[in-house]
Design a protein around this ligand. Structure first.
Ligand code: UDP
Length: 317
């Protein structure tokens, strides 16, 4: 296949590039490098099956040649970005989704939208299955991301129904692994960076809020299976094996890094979800997918990568 990935220089996008190239596909990446990094894809730049185009997908898009699949992964996704890049997040979720769907229509390509567990907001149903419509504050600081992705899902389904585009929607729960930005602002990169530097580890609020964390290789496998499946409605991908409080996550990371860091408390951001746990029954049933990497193993691999990054060794796994 010839595959276009918007946001392909980002954390998840770059892992998808690697997988598609390994599977023998051709890959075109479009990324404006707002939060993506050329370092993430530098290893592919000389590969004749790989092309990088620095471009903002909220503008009219043109891509030469055929495309079989378009994956729309472009968007800042860290809560720390929601305040910095609010309008750009709204634009890439709305205008960017419209443009990429238009391109899919013009090329006769299949389309996959990277959506999010944020569509469930601060959930009042636990765990969250795809049938839950969510609890989102549209005017809160997280609203820029949550509503952009909800709009993107709506637009994707409309193109499916009205134009017959073969679409997919993956709702991605907290995902982590190598190539997350050190200054990304999310819990895992923050805690690892702080613990490795021996600095205080910043837990927001009382740290009782929960997340469940999925390792990036499991997500990539889930996305590949969804691409190959005949499922147009949203599918959750996440790892429900351990629901962790943020305090427990911080303690784990301090222990795994052998750090002497202390945990300190910082104010809880507005609308921070109190709980989050994916119901993955649908992915299990329709994709035969199951997460394989538990939090302990995944965190150790991620810490190893951060250690090498910090020492300038430039790890690429
Ligand atoms: N968090 C924290 N300390 C940090 C960064 C995040 O305690 O330095 C908390 C945050 O308030 C949230 C959880 O960790 O409850 C997960 O936050 P993250 O930014 O990773 O993503 P989210 O799941 O909120 O989208």
């Amino acid at each position: 296949m010839r595959i276009l990935i918007t946001g392909g220089a980002g954390f998840i996008g770059s892992h998808l590039c690697e997988r598609f190239l390994a599977d023998g596909h051709e890959v075109v990446v479009m990324d404006n490098l707002l939060t993506g990094r050329i370092d993430n894809i530098a290893v592919h730049l000389g590969n004749p099956k790989f092309r990088f185009v620095q471009y903002d997908v909220t503008e009219y898009m043109h891509v030469d040649g055929d495309l079989d699949f378009i994956l729309h992964f472009a968007s800042p996704a860290s809560p720390a970005d929601f305040e910095r890049f609010g309008i750009r997040i709204l634009k890439v979720g709305s205008l960017g989704t419209h443009k990429t769907l238009g391109l899919a229509r013009a090329k006769g390509a299949k389309f996959l939208l990277a959506s999010t567990s944020e569509t469930y907001g601060d959930p009042q149903v636990h765990p969250q299955s795809e049938e839950y419509w969510g609890n989102v504050n549209p005017i809160g600081i997280r609203g820029v991301y949550d509503e952009a992705k909800r709009f993107a899902e709506s637009m994707t389904m409309a193109y499916h129904r009205l134009h017959g585009i073969d679409t997919r929607i993956v709702r991605i729960f907290n995902t982590y692994g190598p190539r997350m930005r050190r200054n990304d602002g999310r819990a895992i990169p923050n805690f690892i960076t702080q613990a490795l530097a021996g600095e205080d580890v910043t837990v927001y609020g009382d740290g009782s809020q929960t997340r469940s964390i999925g390792y990036v290789s499991d997500l990539v496998e889930g996305v590949c299976r969804l691409m190959a499946a005949d499922v147009n409605t949203p599918v959750n991908i996440g790892n429900p094996s351990e629901e962790l409080t943020m305090r427990a996550l911080a303690e784990k990371i301090i222990a795994f890094t052998g750090s002497s860091s202390r945990i300190i408390s910082r104010p809880l951001p507005q609308d921070d979800p109190k709980t989050r746990l994916p119901d993955i029954t649908k992915a299990r049933r329709l994709l035969g997918w199951e997460p394989k990497v538990g939090p302990d193993e995944g965190l150790r691999r991620t810490i190893d990568w951060f250690v090498q990054e910090t020492s300038g060794a430039g790890a690429t796994h």
